[in-house]
Design a protein around this ligand. Structure first.
Ligand SMILES: [Zn+2]
Length: 154
């Protein structure tokens, strides 16, 4: 059985707060820069187009807390952008190699996998066949930076 999955970016409420305050929730100033193109954006879950105004800010994707609740750097647009469709794997991330890091409901990390380009969506469905998997974080392979979180719908 394939569970229906949802793909979770930086929440709009947090983006709105960061853009209004001019700093992220960890005190780092929002410093706008011009995208070279291809930067993975965690606001609208797209890759930046050259010329987009973006900033690197800190985000803590794990809402459950606990020792695995890391804070890390993410690129976001500095102004409003479209909220991505929750139930569709982000197209721009489909052909990237990725680390898929599963967590149980208490936020403890389970065994992760490296997904080759084009295989992340199928690997996610396979990981969620394990009932102990509550969420999976999709991350960059080299730097380990968080891209988005995946959960079961409902
Ligand atoms: Zn965006």
């Amino acid at each position: 059985m394939n569970p229906e999955l949802v793909y979770i970016p930086v929440p709009f409420s947090e983006l709105d707060r960061i853009r209004c305050n001019g700093h992220d929730d960890f005190g780092n100033a929002v410093v706008s820069r011009t995208a070279g193109g291809g930067e993975p954006l965690r606001c609208c879950l797209t890759l930046a187009r050259a010329g987009d105004q973006i900033a690197l800010v800190s985000h803590r994707p794990m809402t459950a807390g606990g020792p695995y609740a890391e804070v890390g750097p993410v690129f976001v647009h500095t102004t409003d952008c479209p909220v991505p469709a929750a139930d569709v794997f982000p197209l721009d991330f489909r052909d990237r190699q990725a680390v898929l890091r599963p967590y149980d409901v208490s936020g403890q990390m389970l065994d992760g996998v490296v997904a080759e380009p084009g295989t992340s969506e199928a690997e996610l469905k396979r990981l969620f066949e394990d009932a102990t998997v509550d969420s999976v974080q999709v991350r960059n392979v080299i730097a380990g930076c968080w891209n988005f979180t995946v959960r079961r719908q409902g």
